[in-house]
Design a binder for this molecule. Structure first.
Ligand code: FES
Length: 144
């Protein structure tokens, strides 16, 4: 094989590898489709809060757990849409939002967390990861 032929073959296969590698990992995602979620790592997804099952977030005290990302989104009695990790930092039981107490609660062993994710009662000792939220019309973006 002549040098020119070798370079052409290597060049072609290298370009093919780049294209193939990019097909699997270069896609840009993180935005929503209607009513569904897409997620990437880090957390960044958008939901339509007028569409089930997210429409529970239109009511104070309503909350939704996204099992794909392990994020719980809740609407506080003051109307804020907040999001934290849905897995208790004690033993990873899925938490819920308690509107009457304005807190997150774990039924596993009774840990409670503030709306910002801070531990307010153990046995958990580590705060929940808090996520940012941004509401634009009916679209709620949850992100880091
Ligand atoms: S798993 Fe939540 S308090 Fe134990």
């Amino acid at each position: 094989m002549e040098r020119k032929d070798f370079i052409e073959k290597v060049g072609m296969s290298g370009a093919a590898l780049l294209v193939m590698g990019c097909l699997g990992s270069c896609s840009k995602s993180g935005s929503s489709s209607s009513g569904g979620t897409t997620n990437t790592n880090p957390v960044d997804f958008t939901i339509n809060i007028t569409t089930a099952p997210y429409n529970v977030l239109q009511n104070a005290g309503g909350f939704y757990v996204d099992s794909a990302t392990n994020v719980i989104i809740a609407k506080t009695s003051a109307g804020a849409l907040i999001a934290v990790s849905s897995l208790c930092t004690h033993q990873a039981v899925t938490i819920e939002f308690q509107n009457t107490n304005n807190r997150f609660y774990c039924s596993g062993h009774g840990s409670t967390f503030s709306t910002a994710g801070a531990v307010t009662n153990g046995p958990a000792t580590t705060a929940l990861k808090a996520y940012k939220t941004a509401l634009s019309g009916s679209l709620l973006r949850v992100y880091e």
